[in-house]
Design a protein around this ligand. Sequence first.
Ligand code: ADP
Length: 478
Amino acid sequence: LQEIEAHNLTDMELQKAKDLAERANDAKSRYLSGISHELRTPLQAILGYAQLLTQRADMPEKHRNAIQIIKRSGEHLAGLIEGLLDISKIEAGRLEIYRNRVKLPDLIDQMIQMFRTMALEKGIEFSCHIHNRLPDYVTTDEKRLRQILINLLSNAIKYTHYGSVEFHIHYRSEVAEFAVIDTGVGINEKDLNRILDPFERVRNANAPNVPGTGLGLTIVRLLTEIMGGELDITSTPGEGSCFKVSLMLSRIGEPVVETPPQRLISGYSGQRKIIMVVDDDPIHRGLMGDLLHPLGLTTFEARDAHDCLDALRNVTPDLFLLDVSMPGIDGLALAEILRTKGFQQPIIMISADAHERHRGSQSPSSHDEYLVKPINNQQLLESIGSLLSLNWVRSNDTAHVHVFDQAAIYHPRLIAIADHVLVRELITYANLGYKRGVNNKLEELNDSGLIDENTLTYCQQLANAMQFSALAKAFNAE
Ligand code: ADP
């Protein structure tokens, strides 16, 4: 808009040009949120499985490092996607800055861990120099600070092919200065201002063709500005660059009580719960199953709203996990239909788009929780647990989850009767997919006192939803 105003245009021409520029800006915002939506869904699968695999006790040691890298890179990617959205939010004046209590030395350590490996892989040196004693805790927006440092450090490594990257930290009078100095390709004087704008990258014969989006420095500039800090760049082409960010990070003096690390969930006690997962993406449905089954939760999958409504004739779930964006009836509309039909069970909406909640739903009370992909597995379980008032069984070991045998915990009597003639007949019917036969055997099992009412209802629900292999598994027959 400033550029438009610099030209000598008539009022009408000016208005027209401004409208056009605003429409272009709107289109860009829509494009950004569209891309972030497309990326979040596959990323959810990558992160979800990486988290599951890191927690498995039977994961061979030699693969652990690789899984950790997949997980960290996925998280980094998730950060980038958020960056895209952030730019559109900052430009629209909608970004909120938080004031978190941040353990500064830990944050610096995480940066060192993350970038030392990256530098090592590229054959360049990485060193960190802390010039003053850092306060243990400071107040700042942790996520934004991390984002600024990650962008500067990853650029330094990306644009340096020989030599070193140094990370310097000074802390004086509540102001922290982070300097990232590299011996990389450097930047021409004329490009120095331009690269701070979105999608601007340096392309010339000397500049190597490295992949990137041209968004990293824009985010650094915008975030530094709204956090009240300063960004300073000096660079010599062919020799290297120095990116310096100064930020006010107020020291927190009082002693802090550390919260104990959250222990991993490994199951729950009490009656078995059923979760209906409605999502058109089979990978996401599979991920939910892989996450929830080992904990003793039963899932029913539906690929769209109609499928879900059909299944509800036979199953009564305790909770719904609904994907927001589905072809046909979307998740928010489905939630409203469910409420109108009298289903009062908790509903968790899962969305790939942070903006989606602002559209569509007329009554926000139709769902109980709204989570945006990529969702941390633990966070999802905490939400499910609190909505269903589950008593989670937590593992003492924070690194591994012990996967309990579901039937052994929740239906000890089922295993004890696995050899009973009625059970053998039931399994035969189940394997044939003969629903009526299965239901008759279940009634007989209940009449003869071998299974209680709860188990009967649970097994009948499985049979009515044609989930015969889950049923056979409950009797330990697989
Ligand atoms: P990206 O790295 O994705 O292209 P950025 O916004 O982070 O996007 O950077 C914009 C451009 O600035 C880069 O394309 C690169 O040309 C230049 N640049 C950024 N950091 C450095 C650096 N440390 N050394 C040399 N050039 C850099």
